[in-house]
Design a protein around this ligand. Structure first.
Ligand code: AMP
Ligand code: MG
Length: 350
């Protein structure tokens, strides 16, 4: 299959391209498109055959449910068994935006879309191209991240093309995304709302709006395999570059010294070593490939750069990667969650 990559200007959306993309969605085909978080691989969420195509193109395990993207709040009412009061509050505060809510589904939503679950994950993205595609197609759009299963999520159209070329008919190229990590997922079917995946909307922001306790799924922090996360997708190794990634934590100069020692040892062993540094430390490393992920206190920049950097290490055929570690508060919690998963929880404390 030929994959057509079409540039689309978010500020001035070309109708012809949008109509073509919308027709593909209506016909049960796949279209990759930008959202504010990462690029999504979209298909008609209420068409089981279209959902199956998503799993096939990504090589995604069939028990890993998809997030349904909507453009108006009433569409949540269309597919939920009932809309909890908390969903209304959260939608008012954060939609359109990087927050996914999990509610009980009704019969309109096929099991193929929810990986066999009786609940459905729903989000209203804050991106004119994503919203435009949902509206132009008249469909609700199931869209996981547009990467091959297990690889880092795409934050640019070129990342989508690297994984999906020849597998899907169309990619809408709206440039680099703004946030760079996937939405926060909150499960509203639990008695106490539970975060199944940390993201840009933090626990503090959620409990502020809900006016009460919000729990964090214990399964997403645990390094052991006994505590299963409730979001099926969080149990798989994910976001991972091909090279072995190790996080190094400790006082800054100790971290730099340890990483330099290991990078030197890797080179002696004939391996190519990469380092994820920060603006503050990038000049202190001696390794084959050193990249700064941003200033240490600029969490937004770190989130925005993370997946592109992981992919760059693949491009240069790195064998081992060492990364600095970050404070796990605020957006840092989401950053560390993705880094730890990408590293398969390999952490070195110095
Ligand atoms: P992705 O769209 O690729 O970022 O992945 C979506 C994430 O949402 C995966 O981790 C899924 O397991 C999770 N998810 C989607 N629907 C549900 C649901 N109904 N219950 C729990 N987790 C879900
Ligand atoms: Mg994903």
């Amino acid at each position: 299959m030929h994959t057509k990559v079409v540039k689309i200007d978010s500020a001035d959306i070309d109708n012809k391209s949008m109509t073509e993309a919308a027709e593909l969605i209506r016909a049960g085909e796949l279209v990759a498109f930008p959202t504010e978080t990462v690029y999504g691989l979209g298909a008609d969420a209420l068409n089981p055959e279209a959902s199956r195509r998503i799993y096939a193109a990504k090589g995604r395990p069939s028990d890993n449910p998809l997030i349904v993207h909507i453009a108006k709040f009433q569409d949540l009412e269309r597919i939920a068994e009932e809309v909890p009061r908390q969903a209304k509050l959260l939608a008012e505060a954060f939609w359109p935006g990087p927050l996914t809510v999990i509610v009980r589904k009704n019969d309109r939503v096929p099991r193929e879309t929810t990986g066999g679950m009786e609940t459905v994950a729903v989000r209203m993205p804050n991106h004119p191209v994503a919203l435009g595609l949902i509206e132009a197609s008249g469909c609700l759009i199931a869209a996981p991240s547009a990467n091959t299963s297990g690889r880092p999520s795409p934050t640019e159209a070129a990342h989508v093309a690297a994984d999906m070329d020849g597998r899907i008919p169309m990619i809408l190229d709206g440039g680099a995304v703004g946030i760079g990590i996937e939405s926060t997922i909150i499960d509203l079917t639990e008695e106490i709302p539970m975060i199944l995946r940390p993201g840009y909307i933090t626990a503090e922001m959620l409990s502020g709006v809900l006016g009460g306790e919000v729990r964090l799924d214990p399964g997403i922090i645990a390094a052991d395999s006994k505590t299963k996360p409730k979001a099926p997708g969080m149990k798989y190794r994910h976001y991972a570059p091909r090279a072995e990634l190790t996080l190094v934590e400790g006082a800054q100069e100790d971290v730099v010294a340890e990483i330099n020692r290991r990078a030197a040892a890797a080179r002696l062993a004939g391996q190519k070593a990469g380092v994820i540094a920060t603006e503050e430390t990038k000049g202190k490393y001696r390794a084959d490939y050193v990249v700064s992920i941003g200033a240490r206190d600029d969490e937004d920049a770190i989130a925005r750069h993370l997946y592109r950097i992981l992919r760059e290490f693949d491009d240069i055929n790195a064998d081992v990667i060492y990364s600095e570690s970050f404070a796990a508060s605020g957006v840092g919690q989401a950053i560390m969650n993705r880094l730890l998963k990408a590293a398969g929880h390999r952490v070195l404390t110095v």
